[in-house]
Design a protein around this ligand. Structure first.
Ligand SMILES: [Zn+2]
Ligand SMILES: [Zn+2]
Length: 185
C-alpha cells in the first residue's frame, strides 16, 4: 500500500495522535481523514466495498508500471511460498509425480502427442507396460512403428512401455520384436 503508516515508537501523545475506532491503534492525526478511521482502515473498507474499482485501478496501474508489477508479483509469490510452505511443497510433489514425466515425454516427442493424450494413453493401460504388464518405472513411451522406419510421434503410434521392454524392442518393428521374443524369450 502506498500509505504505509510508521508504527508509533515511544509515548502516545494525544495532541498529535488519535485512536482509530476500527483497528484501535494509535496513529498520527495526519493519517486520519477527519473521521474516526485511520487511512489503512479507510482504504481497507473501501477495497472491500469496491472490488471492481480496485481491480480496474490495479489493472490501470499494472499497465503503466510493468516492471513494478512484475516485481510485486515476484515478492507476492515469494511471500506466499514462505507462508504456505507445506501447500507449496505438496503441490510440487504432486507436479513431479503427475505432470513432469509427461512434459519430459512430450519434449522428446517434439510436437507430437499432447500431455493430455499421453496421460490418457498411460491411464488406459493402468500405468503398466503394454508388453510385460509391469508398472512403468520410469514412464517411457514406445513407438509402434519406429521413427527410423517412418513412424510418427502422434498418439496413434505410441504405447506405454517399461524401460526394459522399450530398450529390448529398440528399433525393431513391433511384429518382428514380438516374434523374436516369442522365439528366444
Ligand atoms: Zn485503523
Ligand atoms: Zn515391459
Amino acid at each position: 500500500m502506498r500509505h504505509k503508516v510508521a508504527p508509533i515508537l515511544g509515548e502516545i501523545d494525544k495532541s498529535i495522535h488519535k485512536q482509530c475506532n476500527i483497528c484501535g491503534e494509535w496513529k498520527p492525526k495526519t493519517t486520519f481523514h477527519n473521521c474516526g478511521k485511520c487511512n489503512n482502515c479507510r482504504a481497507r473498507i473501501y477495497r472491500q466495498n469496491h472490488p471492481l474499482q480496485v481491480r480496474a485501478g490495479w489493472n490501470r496501474w499494472s499497465g503503466l508500471h510493468p516492471v513494478e508489477r512484475a516485481e510485486n508479483r515476484r515478492s507476492a509469490d515469494r511471500l506466499y511460498r514462505i507462508n504456505n510452505r507445506e501447500k507449496v511443497n505438496a503441490s510440487a510433489r504432486e507436479y513431479r509425480k503427475t505432470i513432469r514425466p509427461y512434459t519430459n515425454l512430450r519434449k522428446r516427442l517434439k510436437g507430437g502427442a499432447h500431455i493430455a493424450e499421453l496421460r490418457n494413453l498411460i491411464d488406459s493401460y493402468l500405468g503398466r507396460c503394454v508388453y510385460c504388464f509391469e508398472p512403468l518405472n520410469p514412464v517411457t513411451i514406445d513407438h509402434i512403428v519406429p521413427l527410423i522406419k517412418g513412424g510418427t510421434n502422434d498418439i496413434e503410434n505410441l504405447v506405454p512401455a517399461c524401460g526394459r521392454c522399450n530398450s529390448s524392442k529398440n528399433r525393431n518393428n513391433l511384429v518382428v520384436w514380438l516374434a523374436k521374443r516369442a522365439a528366444y524369450g
